[in-house]
Design a binder for this molecule. Structure first.
Ligand SMILES: Nc1ncnc2c1ncn2[C@@H]1O[C@H](COP(=O)(O)OP(=O)(O)O)[C@@H](O)[C@H]1O
Ligand SMILES: [Mg+2]
Length: 401
């Protein structure tokens, strides 16, 4: 059986994994079975103008409108809409207390600027001493991000960004989020979690979480004082930011595995709260996916591996920061290289049916062995979400083989 693959990334981890499976590399104009594409390529393949029609034996690694989850403003918009919808139907998940959502409060309070400026000011005035973080919607790797603790600074920014709020059409939009100023620290340093989540279908939702996530550390000790507000080495955990900091390499490339984080938390905070934290993380991932499921153009040729950015605060509450549709496949250490290799290998094992030939008519129910280091988060075909009293979800799977 001849299986072909095509990729626009020259990442060896992609090519090596495909070649190891005996797949043959071809160009985008040739007949390919699997395309590991950039998001732009995927979007243009699916655009009406391309005239491209995919066959049953073709798979591609993005959903055409993944930006519904990966753009910072759209993710927030979709989660807000999801909460409102659940509230309207009287779902207990949308319960509120103290005007806050009790269970669906997993993203920092966020507004889109300039559109929601007035709403932001209203919220800002409730707690004028708090810090906010400004992030351009369409950028990544920490680019364009800054912190503010005074409304005057935002006003100055809007003046300096030239066009006034009224003429926004050409101007870049931003999200402004409540800054999580009490992050959990290890060795005095802030970190965030990078977790990988594979989605093979949105309706019905089928998602898998990779066990081998890691923590990305800041190189400089955390300091919430105003004097350090502009020091991105203190506040942003992006590898692309931190690798310019001097100490980066001395800290295993700034990374710690999620398994080791778990052991550290079990010994410092206790087993039960640690378990609860990890349950809450899986829970928030499921709900972030459910929030976008109705708007993603679900196409049976597509699968996507998302890089989730999650911050844990010092009360062990996880916060969803953003979801990346093209998480970095670059490795900074040998362990990192092994991890990304496994990630890629496991993704292919899950998306390709047991016959070895991509086939969109397959029911997308991989065997337990095919999952490798992925764990089933949810498969609406297979499982019942079972809500327990402490609001964590357990997956009760009746038909699992
Ligand atoms: N609300 C927040 N509170 C605390 N830290 C944050 C917050 N939002 C972002 N950060 C920090 O900034 C980094 C970059 O933000 P992110 O939203 O992931 O944008 P980017 O696309 O640039 O990676 C995060 O990894 C995290 O360390
Ligand atoms: Mg990020």
């Amino acid at each position: 059986m001849r299986i072909t693959f095509c990729t626009d990334l020259d990442k060896s981890v992609v090519v090596a994994n495909c070649e190891k499976r005996g797949w043959i590399q071809v160009g985008p104009e040739d007949d390919w079975n699997i395309y590991w594409a950039g998001t732009q390529t995927c979007r243009s393949l699916f655009s009406v103008d391309s005239g491209y029609r995919m066959h049953d034996n073709q798979l591609i690694n993005h959903f055409p409108n993944h930006y519904e989850i990966s753009r910072k403003d759209l993710l927030v918009k979709n989660i807000k809409r999801y909460r409102r919808d659940l509230e309207k139907e009287g779902n207990v998940l949308a319960e509120r207390g103290d005007s806050k959502y009790l269970h669906l409060d997993f993203i920092p309070v966020t507004f889109v600027l300039p559109a929601d400026y007035n709403m932001f000011v209203e919220e800002y005035r409730k707690a004028p001493q708090s810090t906010w973080i400004m992030k351009p919607c369409g950028r990544s790797q920490g680019s364009g991000i800054f912190l503010i603790n005074k409304l005057s600074k935002l006003k100055r920014w809007s003046r300096e960004a030239k066009s006034p709020f009224q003429q926004q059409l050409t101007k870049e939009s931003y999200v402004i989020s409540k800054y999580i100023d009490n992050p959990l620290l290890i060795g005095g340093k802030k970190f965030d979690l990078r977790l990988y989540v594979l989605v093979t279908s949105f309706r019905p939702l089928k998602a898998y979480q990779f066990r081998l996530g890691f923590c990305r550390f800041c190189t400089v000790k955390y300091d919430s004082s105003v004097a350090e507000l502009d020091n991105m080495y203190v506040h942003l955990t992006n590898v692309s930011v931190q690798k310019h900091g001097g100490e980066y390499n001395s800290l295993h490339g700034g990374k710690l595995s999620v398994q080791n984080l778990r052991l550290h938390l079990e010994s410092t905070r206790g087993k039960q709260v640690t378990e609860r934290l990890f349950d809450q993380i899986s829970w928030l991932i499921i709900h972030s996916l459910k929030a976008v499921a109705p708007v993603i153009a679900t196409d049976r040729h597509c699968f996507e591996c998302y890089g989730y950015d999650i911050i844990i605060d010092n009360k062990l509450k996880p916060w969803l920061i953003e979801v990346n549709a093209s998480p970095s496949l670059t490795s900074t250490t040998a362990n990192d290289r092994i991890l990304k290799h496994k990630l890629m290998d496991n993704i292919f094992s899950i998306v390709v049916p047991p016959s070895g030939l991509p086939d969109v008519r397959w029911n997308k129910i991989p065997s337990q062995e095919a999952l490798g280091d992925f764990e089933l988060l949810i498969d609406e075909d297979l499982i019942h979400l079972h809500e327990t009293e402490n609001n964590s979800y357990l997956l009760k799977n009746n038909r699992w083989k």
